[in-house]
Design a protein around this ligand. Structure first.
Ligand SMILES: Nc1ncnc2c1ncn2[C@@H]1O[C@H](COP(=O)(O)OP(=O)(O)OP(=O)(O)O)[C@@H](O)[C@H]1O
Length: 247
């Protein structure tokens, strides 16, 4: 279980709180989508989950272990159970697709292997399978920077699958994609979630897509949780509550 216990975050002295006393439990197997307007604190919340952002107060726990207090090896160990995908995919442009995917095994391979791209046959095979799983095994030899956005996000998802994470985090994973591709990628994430029972926490801008995939929706406004419930409760009134009146 992922727990946010009274988590607040202020990035700089005098800045407003990006998160304000957020307490939230995400149980195993949930697919939680975080909604909120720009600047509401969604990315901050997602990034606190794996320690990319440190809370100013409060604590994040993963299966009872403190992410917030973890340092060095302990933090790496916790993160090895958490995969993350990003809006900008974060691939290594000049490397081919298969190598990008194999980098997903960085946590349990010697660093020299990752640095010189010398991966065991078993890892190569696993990467091929991950690529097949996301439907792009035919692109294995291509350079990452030659791919479309949707293909790049598939590579990033395949890389995450190499990690066999228990928790999948997504920071606006479809925000750079056209609506049709965004739909396809989210359906893929949902499929993987269902097959692997991979606990999933991601933020989205699109309420319609959120309602399609989430088992639970969390609405954040000005750093506070203002809604937490099933997707079918997200009606127009709730949307106004989460997003506020247009400026
Ligand atoms: N690295 C940072 N340094 C300083 N302030 C930051 C930083 N990251 C976020 N903030 C501020 O914290 C607040 C919450 O930002 P956050 O990115 O978490 O919101 P968001 O809901 O994800 O927004 P968006 O949908 O636009 O990505 C905003 O006021 C933002 O300007």
């Amino acid at each position: 279980m992922l727990q946010f216990v009274d988590v607040s975050k202020r990035y700089a002295h005098g800045a407003p709180l990006a998160l304000s006393q957020v307490s939230l439990d995400v149980a195993e197997g949930e697919f939680v989508v975080v909604l909120g307007r720009s600047g509401a604190g969604k990315s901050t919340l997602i990034r606190c989950a794996n320690g990319l952002v440190s809370p100013s107060s409060g604590e994040v726990r993963w299966n009872g272990r403190s992410v917030t207090a973890a340092r060095h090896r302990e933090l790496l160990d916790l993160r090895s159970e958490m995969g993350m995908i990003f809006q900008q995919f974060h691939l290594i442009d000049r490397l081919d697709v298969q190598t990008n995917v194999m980098v997903g095994r960085f946590h349990d391979l010697p660093l020299w292997r990752v640095l010189i791209g010398s991966f065991p046959a078993e890892v190569r095979e696993q990467a091929r399978q991950a690529l097949a799983r996301v439907g792009i095994d035919h692109l294995a030899e291509q350079r990452a920077d030659g791919l479309s956005g949707g293909q790049q996000q598939r590579v990033a998802i395949a890389r995450v699958l190499m990690q066999r994470p228990k928790l999948l985090l997504g920071d606006e994973p479809v925000a750079s994609l056209d609506p049709v591709t965004a739909d396809v990628i989210l359906k893929l994430l949902k499929e993987i979630h269902q097959q692997e029972r991979m606990t999933t926490l991601l933020n989205l801008h699109d309420v319609r897509l959120a309602k399609q995939v989430a088992t639970r929706i969390v609405g954040i406004r000005s750093g506070r949780v203002v809604f937490d419930g099933p997707p079918d409760q997200v009606d127009d009134a709730r949307i106004r509550e989460i997003y506020g009146a247009a400026e």
